[in-house]
Design a protein around this ligand. Structure first.
Ligand code: SF4
Ligand code: SF4
Length: 338
């Protein structure tokens, strides 16, 4: 799509405004005296594929029930080798719906045996797919941290983003997770929720919306959870399609650019996370993975080539979508960053 040349960001420090299409993330970092370099890899985030039982409107993976890309046992074994050999503290499993991958449980249990903390980005409704009824018990037995998207504490907004009937199923799944101890005091079983805006705006303040979710989910549905993370919608994939079709793309990008916050850069998830794709290719984050922007060319490109000393300090590959991570309080897989 051709950018609207009239749109400009507001003047900064007395400098003239630039057309939106000429705003570079790297320039904005440099203006703030910052360079984006990786720290030590502490999280191996494995995207096990694009197959999902849902097809949400905002999905940055373009996942759906018709996708066939899923990770092989061989690639899983390469990930497990990296966890064991380099003692990477955290295994973060995402998708698609990871639970639909045949070797999902193998990855979780062997990841735990390798000594890693395991996190699963679980969409809740997959619990009602055949063979997944015992997921709460499986998660609990492996001490998995469960992170689940719930766009809102009301059905209308949730179903608008994730599909008809998703809210009701999600609440039932949360109750099942609560029934084995997830999110309840003293159990040690962590259940976190993720909120992302339904429209073309930035998320509200994380603590305040967390309080709203806690109050309303407890009162209306007797559901409890630990933390709520707010995540900014990234202008890529299905969400970008929606921005374009609703003629919101330039206004949304302008919002992200104007909200650039240098204080978020140190905590960006690409600094301590390495993202692995279903075929074993390496990326600085899941968003770069979807855009097929691989890691810097001077480091290994596949998980079996991962060497920590090579990756620490590497240049992070960026583009305009990165403004989604640095807007306002910042955004990462673990919520705000500043
Ligand atoms: S957002 Fe999550 S649950 Fe929805 S289609 Fe994408 S991967 Fe599936
Ligand atoms: S999109 Fe990825 S590479 Fe860009 S700032 Fe965010 S986490 Fe880092």
């Amino acid at each position: 799509m051709t950018k609207n040349p009239i749109i400009q960001i507001r003047p900064r420090n007395g400098k003239p405004a630039l057309p939106l299409s000429e705003i570079s993330f790297q320039d904005r970092l440099a203006e703030s005296g910052l360079r984006l370099r990786a720290a030590k890899v502490e999280i191996l985030q494995v995207n096990v594929g694009k197959l999902c039982n849902q097809a949400c409107k905002h999905c940055h993976v373009d996942a759906s029930p018709t996708r066939t890309e899923i990770i092989s046992r061989e690639t899983i074994d390469h990930c497990l080798d990296a966890l064991r050999k380099h003692k990477i503290p955290t295994l973060d499993i995402t998708g698609g719906a990871p639970e639909l991958v045949p070797d999902f449980r193998y990855l979780v249990s062997e990841g735990r045996n390798a000594g890693a903390r395991a996190m699963v980005r679980h969409n809740l409704t997959v619990m009602f797919e055949e063979g997944n009824e015992d997921l709460p018990e499986f998660f609990a037995a492996n001490d998995v941290e469960v992170i689940s998207s719930l766009p809102y504490f009301q059905a209308r907004q949730t179903d608008a983003q994730r599909g008809n009937g998703v809210f009701e199923k999600s609440i039932e799944a949360l109750r099942r997770l609560n029934s084995v101890g997830y999110g309840t005091d003293g159990s040690g079983l962590v259940l976190d929720l993720v909120y992302n805006p339904v429209g073309a705006y930035l998320p509200p303040e994380q603590k305040s919306i967390e309080a709203d979710f806690k109050r309303e989910l407890a009162a209306r549905h007797n559901v409890v959870f630990n933390n709520l993370y707010t995540i900014t919608n990234m202008p890529i994939a299905r969400y970008l399609d929606w921005l374009r079709s609703s003629k919101n793309e330039d206004a949304y990008m302008q919002k992200l650019i104007n909200a650039f916050n240098p204080a978020t850069v140190e905590g960006l998830m690409c600094r301590n996370t390495l993202s692995v794709e279903w075929r074993g290719n390496l990326f600085d984050c899941d968003f770069n993975q979807m855009l097929e922007i691989g890691v810097a060319k001077n480091v290994g490109q596949k998980i079996e080539q991962f060497e920590p000393s090579q990756f620490e300090g590497r240049q992070i590959m960026t583009n305009s979508h990165c403004f989604g991570c640095t807007a306002g309080a910042g955004s990462s897989c673990g919520g705000t960053v500043s």
